[in-house]
Design a protein around this ligand. Structure first.
Ligand code: DX5
Ligand code: ZN
Length: 235
């Protein structure tokens, strides 16, 4: 297996190469037919899957953990972007690396001290590492650590549930990060992304756009993806 540093660089270059990109979030999908769901998403040209891991403690919802990531790793070559909405990311990040994650983001709200050790630990194992921040959390909590991130996940809804309304504060945050940290930083936005919000999100700098209900509530995922991609506004 290639060196960890080169694996991280390869993932980052891959993500830069596909941006802007729609990342379906596996939260509202049909888990009773996961293999088929992934095949449909692959047929619709998806490049990355966004996996919403929730522990029922950091957020008032409980989804899945390493076994689902391992199962997905076995059935697809799509990149796996693991969004850890858990209270103790430092303990579990290594296990999600082992399960097959290509990217891991965890919440700045979930760490009481510096997140840099966890970011470095993930990256040293060949996985791109980033921080996520909820709309209600001050950007002052995040900004000092952005230089240590391969990507930043800006939540446009409070973490925990799909189908929530988009919060426009996320647009200001995308603009701020793009202005202050330049064109290379990978910016991901998550929550309430649909045909109305894809345009503003991309025009404010979003590279990776996570979508749940605007895909999985549609009968035809290909059509949903086409409609969403048609709204990209790259500056
Ligand atoms: C919320 C998750 C999001 C959510 C997106 O905690 O992180 O990824 O599933 O779902 P929609 O697109 O329906 O807001
Ligand atoms: Zn998410």
């Amino acid at each position: 297996m290639s060196e960890p540093g080169s694996r991280v660089s390869a993932t980052i270059e891959f993500l830069r190469g596909i941006r802007p990109s729609i990342l379906p979030s596996l939260l509202l999908c049909d888990f009773s037919n996961l293999r088929h769901e992934v095949e449909l998403l692959e047929e619709s040209g998806v490049e990355v899957l966004h996996l919403d891991v929730m522990d029922g403690h950091f957020v008032p919802n409980l989804t899945y953990g390493m076994p689902i990531v391992e199962a997905l790793r076995k059935i697809t070559n799509l990149k796996l972007d693991v969004h850890l909405m858990i209270s103790d990311p430092g303990t579990y990040a290594r296990q999600f690396v082992a399960a097959g994650a290509d990217c891991i983001t965890f919440h700045i709200e979930a760490v009481s001290s510096s997140p840099v050790r966890i970011l470095e630990e993930v990256r040293n194992q060949g996985v791109a590492a980033g921080l996520a921040i909820n709309p209600g959390t001050s950007m002052e909590r995040l900004l000092p650590f952005v230089p240590e991130c391969d990507l930043v996940l800006i939540m446009s809804v409070p973490a925990g549930f799909g189908g929530q309304p988009f919060q426009t504060v996320a647009l200001e945050r995308l603009h701020q990060l793009r202005r202050d940290f330049g064109p290379d930083l990978l910016l991901e936005i998550d929550g309430g992304i649909n045909v109305d919000t894809v345009g503003p999100a991309t025009s404010h700098g979003a590279d990776l756009l996570v979508v749940g209900s605007a895909i999985f509530r549609e009968a035809d995922y290909c059509q949903a993806m086409t409609r969403l991609r048609r709204q990209f506004q790259t500056t």
